[in-house]
Structures are given as structure tokens and as C-alpha cells.
Unconditional design. Sequence first.
Length: 180
Amino acid sequence: MIRRALAALVIGWSLGFAAFMLLLPRPLDDATVTDAVVVPTGGPGRIDRGLELLQRHRAKRMLVTGVAPGVRTRDLARTYHTPRALFDCCIDLGTDAVDTRSNAEETTRWVRTHGYRTVRLVTSDWHVARAQMELGAALGPGVAVLGDGVPGNARLATLVNEYNKLLLRRVVLWLGLSIP
């Protein structure tokens, strides 16, 4: 009995992981326009993709969430070879977040301040599912969160870890618990 339950659990986890891997989100269609772009720091290509979308007028404004304290807009403008005027008019830096959950909380405050109804979440393809789930839960109904996956080369250990975090957070949110 215990062996069967354990075997069923292992098979279920394995099939779920396979689906997770096969269904990694790709970048959204470039024709898609949203009110805002949100980019959590932490992976290559994320800020580049967000800047590209903003420069192509696919959103009004962009939040880079999880920026290290002390980083200034002029530093990012120089690093990403982007006109400082674009940062001054249309890009906000959030320095309160340290993980995916606090990225969602910081983003929620920003979205509500601006009254946005559609958000394009630009993050690594392997991170989209959990980040989108966290942000959707924090924002609640009324704001559409579209995942825009930046292709990456994550190691297998990173993918397994991310899948396990996704499962755990789904259970926590489903049960209505407030575990960090």
C-alpha cells in the first residue's frame, strides 16, 4: 500500500516535471500591448527584453523589481546603452524585493499606484510559471498578468528546484496559508 502510494507520487511528480519542461513559456508575440512591463532582476536577458518592449511602445511604463539598493537609473541606462530620458520618463526601479514573492508584493503596490489592468511579466522561461502565479495571487482579479519567457539555459538542478518551489507555493496558496 505504501509502495503504491509512493510510486504514484513519484510518477505524478515526474509527469508534472516533464510537462513543466515541455511547456516552458516563450516570449509573447511582439504585437501584444500591455499597460506595463514588469521585470524581476536575476537572470540574463530580462532587462534587455523589457527595454526592447518599452522602446517599441508595447507598454507605457516598466518596473524593474528587485534592484539592489544604491543602483541608480543612470547606472542602468549606461549599462544597457539606453537613453537616460527613457529611464527618466518611463522606468521605475523597485528596491524592496529580494525574492519572487516580494517581487509580487512590490509589483502589486506599483500596479495599483498606476491603475494598470494588464501587465507583461518578463522573466526567465523556467521562472514564468511561479512568478506569474505569485503576481496573480498578489494582484487578485481585475489585472491580467501575461507571462513573457526569456529563453535560458538553466541547469537541471535549477529546473528541479524551481518545479519543487512551484508545487510548494501552489499548495500554500491553495490552502490559503501565509508561509513565506
